[in-house]
Write a protein that binds this ligand. Structure first.
Ligand code: NCD
Length: 342
């Protein structure tokens, strides 16, 4: 892939990675969302598969538990006809004392083109991008970033509400420990949406003043004024001490009950990255309400991750010739249309 030496997305090896939302910039985000439109069309076909990444190998290196992110990336890679390799920390030589670097290099020596990395420590994806001769995608690193979640969330907002610019988004819950919140705030700000964080002081990040967002501890005041309510689970696995008196009290003060949904504007949507804890951050019946986009977020995740994989790996001539994304008259689909084999 030929790129200018100044491309902020590339490491020293000149390879493109997806490590954080900030690296993408607003143009990068828009480009991926446009590509995702084309892959969403592929996903409606009877056989939702194109040969765009035939001969490429995408490895999932998951050092932390995951259901939807891992499955979503693997589905995306398969729909692009890439080969997939899977690594799970629990059943690997890590449990025999092997270092992260040795484990990663063992996987890389098998000849992978892309590593999708999840780890409980912030910075691991960046570190692996320096060690591996492969494109690296950060699929969640500790409390730091989860860029593809932010991309699929932006795609979903755009699909439901038409545009993102000028929208008002409330992110509610455990912001302090959430990589989803960090990536989403960065993406929304790049796309000129306004963000308000709603949480008790103990669940706000220490340097929140530098985030350039509104902050509130009163969900009932915020709900009538927003287009999107984005709920976050309490990240118990990352909390070092008890930060709340009780889950019941959290639900009463911050949980989005069905009654609180009625305070929202008619067009407003309710989002959640999953996994949900019904009865805590979200009322038990809210996931099934029409304003809730949880299932759309999961479905869009596959299209968006196809777009990311194609954006990282698909621009080389062999892949471009093999791709079969249908041409669309819409100019914004040009980048995917260009790879049509007719
Ligand atoms: C999130 C994650 O793992 O960071 N989930 C996800 O990727 N869908 C959010 C969470 O675990 O709460």
């Amino acid at each position: 892939m030929s790129k200018p030496a100044t491309d902020p997305l590339t490491g020293s090896g000149g390879r493109r990675h997806l490590l954080s939302v900030g690296d993408l910039g607003s143009e990068g985000i828009r480009e991926i969302l446009r590509l995702a439109d084309s892959f969403a069309e592929v996903n409606t076909r009877a056989i939702p598969k194109v040969p765009a990444l035939r001969g490429r190998t995408v490895a999932s290196l998951f050092f932390e538990d995951s259901t939807r992110t891992r499955l979503s990336f693997e589905t995306a890679a398969k729909r692009l006809s890439a080969d997939t390799a899977t690594f799970s920390a629990g059943s690997s030589s890590l449990s025999k004392g092997e270092s992260l670097r040795d484990t990663a290099q063992t996987v890389a020596a098998m000849g992978i083109d892309c590593a999708v990395v999840r780890h409980c420590s912030a910075g691991v994806a960046v570190q692996l991008s320096r060690w591996l001769d492969a494109a690296v995608i950060n699929a969640g690193d500790g409390c730091h970033e989860h860029p593809t979640q932010a991309l699929l969330d932006c795609y979903t907002i755009r699909q439901r509400l038409g545009d993102i610019e000028g929208r008002r988004v409330a992110i509610v819950g455990d912001i302090a420990h959430s990589r989803v919140a960090r990536s989403l705030v960065a993406a929304l700000q790049l796309l000129d949406a306004g963000v308000t964080l709603v949480a008790p002081a103990t669940l706000l990040p220490p340097a929140v003043d530098a985030w350039g967002v509104g902050v509130s501890s009163r969900i009932d005041d915020v709900l009538p004024r927003v287009d999107v309510v984005y709920l976050l689970r309490l990240q118990h696995e990352r909390q070092e001490r008890a930060l709340l008196p009780s889950l019941r009290e959290f639900h009463e003060r911050f949980g989005l009950s069905a009654e609180r949904v009625r305070r929202l504007a008619d067009h407003a949507i309710v989002m959640h990255p999953g996994p949900m804890n019904r009865g805590v951050e979200i009322g038990p019946e809210v996931p099934e309400m029409a304003c809730t986009t949880v299932a759309e977020q999961v479905a869009n995740g596959v299209s968006v991750r196809m777009a990311v994989l194609f954006w990282l790996l698909g621009a080389e001539p062999a892949a471009a010739a093999a791709a079969d994304v249908e041409a669309s008259p819409a100019p914004e689909r040009a980048s995917a249309a260009e790879v049509s084999s007719g």
